[in-house]
Design a binder for this molecule. Sequence first.
Ligand SMILES: N[C@@H](CCC(=O)N[C@@H](CS)C(=O)NCC(=O)O)C(=O)O
Length: 208
Amino acid sequence: MSKLTLYGIWLSGPTYKAGLALSLMGQPFAYKHVDLRAGAHKQPEYLAVNRFGQVPALVDGDLKLCQSGSILLYLADKFGKMGGKTPEEKARVREWLFWEFDRLAPNVYRPRAMKRGFMKLDDNLYQLYSGLAGDALKVLDASLATSAFLVGNEPTVADVAVYGDVSYAGEAAIDLASYANIKAWMERMEKLPGFKKYEDVLPKQDAA
Ligand SMILES: N[C@@H](CCC(=O)N[C@@H](CS)C(=O)NCC(=O)O)C(=O)O
């Protein structure tokens, strides 16, 4: 079986999603640190891995993959885990993945980038994005009132993607206190075998 290599940077939420999925699926992987501050992601060597010049990327033998949601679906397919069991469940997983990168991820990641000083933007924009994050969190909280995970009672890559957004809420100064269902679901995620926080799943330099 070919060796999987994840390219990314430890502060990147989308890279965390790929690393967390690999860890939950019990798949070892090599890791290549991509120094975004030095512009490594726009250099020809990296663009040959990910034409979009972003992290993460996943290399599996000759196959070079990018876009965290697509990487998650690839891993679910390849290892037959966390992808949903029926055509309906698989469709629901995809719905959550498209939704989270439309409504949730940017509205958590941008406030986080502002609070951590990676992005300098006016406070009005912080209010706008964190308000939109709040709208998405309400939808998520309501959905988690009736099932243990996003698609039924078993975790799927949809949970991984959404966890990879919501777990940065604290760094974004977005308060989760009023979302009891989200908090209970996060605790369930954190008890899964192979679960790791982003600091523990993503090395700070290349790793074999
Ligand atoms: N939709 C992409 C988003 C990836 C993304 O935004 N990556 C950021 C780091 S967290 C990046 O590479 N930024 C550098 C750039 O876009 O130039 C995914 O899910 O993989």
